[in-house]
Design a protein around this ligand. Sequence first.
Ligand code: SF4
Ligand code: SF4
Length: 316
Amino acid sequence: MNRFERTLAGRNLELRRASTQVLQLNLGKKCNQTCAHCHVGAGPARREMMTRQTMERVLDWLAPTDIATVDITGGAPELNPDFRFLVTQLREMKRRVMDRCNLTVLFEPEQEDLAEFLAQNEVEIVASLPCYGEENVNAQRGDGVFDLSIAALQRFNALGYAGDANLMLHLVYNPLGAHLPPSQAALEADYKRELWDKFGIRFNRLFALANLPIARFAAQLRRENKLENYFDLLEENFNATTISGLMCRSTLNVGWGGEVYDCDFNGMLNLQWNKTNSLYLWDVDPNQIENRAIATGKHCFGCTAGAGSSCGGALA
Ligand code: SF4
Ligand code: SF4
């Protein structure tokens, strides 16, 4: 039993899957950025990428299911050469599609018409912007990222995003350092005021996420000798009311090779239901997922601390 499981057991709780509402696809680790907190360890030199053949197998698996939403992530998923093929197929299958977009990818070579493509396909945008101030964004995500992010948001707004019910644009906040996110509602109000007043930008919702201490963020904390303190902070702030809403209960994650996980974090840690052989999506019966025990580790305290954290923001 790991630390997280002991905490659950001490409260007579257990973590099991509910019905799957969202299929999350990680298209690979290639990214035009190298953010300090990245839990995927993504960057321009990474070559891991979901192939079209794997996408086709995923689409075949998805077709007979009633999973309504597909959440596409990476890396920068748009840099996968078959990203547009996948989105087009999913829209033809009448699925709601979400794209976890880093914003600056709009200004990469051959992505000049990316925003128009996303709008035409009514893809919901979930965009990272860890602050409404330039200094903090550039410190976490790299020099020049803030200006490009603002320009990208203005472009999305010009195409109707956040002004049309079919064109949703959400922002994602995560803390700059080893602390918990502040109140999501208060932060959303601040973001809306500042981005509108300074840049004329509107968006739908802000999701406040905690940083999970894995991959690049864990390495940074280890270098600064803060990793164990951060784990302690997360554990001390365990909030049992977050358990029922954890994203691993209703989201099924698929890695770039087609492997299946309870969440993207478990994917990064190669933590599967089956600990001996890799388990692929096409080996899983969609009717045998509900009620499975979820694979956990001490990183799970990152999702249950304070107000909780999920792909859709705070939980409590
Ligand atoms: S956090 Fe997102 S934008 Fe930053 S390096 Fe990782 S995948 Fe790329
Ligand atoms: S890291 Fe979070 S989402 Fe993933 S299994 Fe643990 S609690 Fe669930």
